[in-house]
Design a protein around this ligand. Structure first.
Ligand SMILES: NC(=O)c1ccc[n+]([C@@H]2O[C@H](COP(=O)([O-])OP(=O)(O)OC[C@H]3O[C@@H](n4cnc5c(N)ncnc54)[C@H](OP(=O)(O)O)[C@@H]3O)[C@@H](O)[C@H]2O)c1
Length: 243
């Protein structure tokens, strides 16, 4: 497939301090992009700047549940690097177990982080993309749980279905104006996700899950697609997981 060069383009990434988001930061910088990385953990953000280089990476300590923080993330892309071409809406949390057993706070945090935390960065990113008139990409990291919910993940699945619904509607709204909205739906991925909330670092299943680099590679492929086309929904599985 013909591939667009991403040299000099700029992306903002939510949840860049670990796992899939961090792998996306590495992949995009490796492809010549400059990235603004968001997350709450300051020491991880600082490590990202050191490792990937301050000429390519700016960081914003931010909470995706805050519309003001989402605006600061996008404004940093414009002030530090002068443009915005892509948003990777990746930040998310999960907890496994019966809907009856979770605390109210756990469920509310999951809904707010995964749903509002996807909406606010999109609302902040779209206006500058439209204004620049160069087109743009919104890549949402949902999950296979957003296509088919499994037992013990009902509310998590609901938040991931919400992302798929949001993306489908936005695609229809924004494609005519040059902005592609793509949803990545990975299956189990070897990250810090849900550690202590259903997963443990020593669980054997981790070894055969997708690598965060696999998901980042998909995000990179999406951005590199020629602007005349779009792919809307990717479902991604490791070879050992049967969906
Ligand atoms: N791992 C899997 O099996 C899997 C499978 C399918 C889909 N996913 C999805 O992939 C995405 C990334 O997860 P991951 O697997 O890479 O897990 P991870 O390593 O735990 O990363 C989650 C990221 O989200 C950020 N985050 C969480 N709450 C936040 C908040 N309120 N404000 C800002 N940032 C916040 C975290 O940063 P801070 O803690 O620094 O804020 C972290 O960078 C999630 O949306 C998840 O649902 C994961």
């Amino acid at each position: 497939m013909e591939q667009r060069s991403l040299e000099g383009e700029v992306a903002v990434i939510t949840g860049a301090t670990s796992g899939i988001g961090r792998a996306c930061a590495e992949a995009l910088v490796g492809a010549g992009m400059r990235v603004v990385c968001g997350g709450r953990r300051e020491e991880r953000l600082s490590e990202l700047r050191t490792t990937l280089g301050e000429h390519s990476v700016a960081t914003v300590k931010m909470d995706v549940r805050s519309p003001t923080d989402a605006t600061r993330l996008v404004e940093t892309a414009l002030s530090a690097f002068g443009r915005l071409d892509a948003l990777i809406a990746n930040a998310g949390v999960g907890a496994y177990g019966s809907i009856l057993d979770h605390s109210d706070d756990t469920l509310a945090t999951m809904i707010d982080t995964n749903v509002s935390g996807t909406v606010w960065p999109i609302r902040a990113a779209v206006p500058p993309m439209l204004e620049a008139g160069r087109g743009g990409d919104i890549v949402i990291v949902s999950s296979v749980a957003g296509l088919r919910g499994g037992a013990d993940e009902a509310v998590y699945a609901a938040t991931k279905f919400a992302q798929v619904g949001l993306a489908g509607a936005l695609d229809r709204e924004l494609a005519p104006r040059g902005i592609r909205v793509t949803t990545l739906c990975p299956a189990g991925t070897r990250t810090e996700f849900a550690m202590g909330k259903g997963r443990t670092p020593d669980m054997p299943a981790l070894a055969t899950m997708l690598d965060p680099k696999d998901v980042a590679g998909a995000a990179l492929t999406v951005l590199r697609q020629p602007r005349r086309m779009r792919t809307q929904l990717w479902s991604m599985w490791s070879m050992s997981e049967v969906g």
